[in-house]
Design a protein around this ligand. Structure first.
Ligand SMILES: CC(C)(COP(=O)(O)OP(=O)(O)OC[C@H]1O[C@@H](n2cnc3c(N)ncnc32)[C@H](O)[C@@H]1OP(=O)(O)O)[C@@H](O)C(=O)NCCC(=O)NCCS
Length: 182
């Protein structure tokens, strides 16, 4: 499922202490390609895609859709944060009608280890809680993805279940403003 539902998009750029979350622009194209081509970034996401294929496929202004935030540090894209509706066919749900909002995050390796992902995701979750009050957000990550597991815990996601998908163990968790602020 795509589209976040009844939210005004794009919101005004969201500023944090060090970052800005904003809609994508043409100048972000190289960073988008890097995120999909990087073996490091794609370790737990199905592996890297070829640069040639990406150069041909990625549009002039990539990633323009509701729920996709470019994370900007001093005017340059360092990663992206997504909030999408989770497919009903996939395992892992917290609502009987499925279609939960799901958080995703990918950052360029040179931006890892500085707390940028945590800072950006906290802001995206705060925006979501304001836009759709009371709605939970879910997250699914391979248990082998240590950095992602640490980030999920730091953001206040709590485990719902674990299951096998794509040949690996997945951790499935949920966040809501109410439980996160406890
Ligand atoms: C998952 C991912 C976003 C995590 O990035 P990250 O930079 O490790 O996450 P954080 O923003 O929480 O940063 C945490 C680190 O910053 C350090 N840090 C440094 N300065 C900091 C500051 N000012 N504030 C907070 N943390 C800081 C923390 O100590 C921590 O270090 P550690 O990793 O050595 O424990 C990143 O690894 C990534 O893009 N991976 C590839 C994509 C992917 O697998 N995504 C998951 C899909 S489900």
């Amino acid at each position: 499922m795509t589209g976040l539902g009844p939210v005004a998009w794009p919101p005004a750029p969201i500023g944090t202490e060090r970052l800005v979350l904003r809609e994508s622009e043409a100048r972000d194209r190289a960073a988008f390609i890097e995120l999909f081509a990087s073996p490091e970034v794609r370790t737990y996401l199905g592996g890297p895609r070829s640069r040639e294929e990406l150069e041909a496929a990625v549009p002039e202004v990539p990633g323009r859709r509701p729920g996709l935030f470019v994370v900007d540090l001093d005017g340059a894209m360092i990663g992206m944060i997504t909030l999408d509706r989770r497919d009903a066919e996939r395992p892992g749900h917290v609502r009987p009608d499925a279609g939960e909002a799901e958080l995703g995050y990918v950052f360029l390796p040179e931006a890892w280890g500085r707390g940028y992902a945590a800072e950006g995701c906290a802001a995206a979750l705060g925006w979501f809680a304001g836009a759709l009050p009371g709605e939970p957000v879910v997250l699914c990550t391979q248990t082998a993805n240590d950095r992602s597991m640490r980030l999920a815990a730091k953001l206040g996601f709590t485990e719902v279940e674990r299951f096998e998908e794509y040949g690996a163990e997945q951790w499935f968790g949920v966040w809501s403003m109410v439980t996160a602020s406890r």
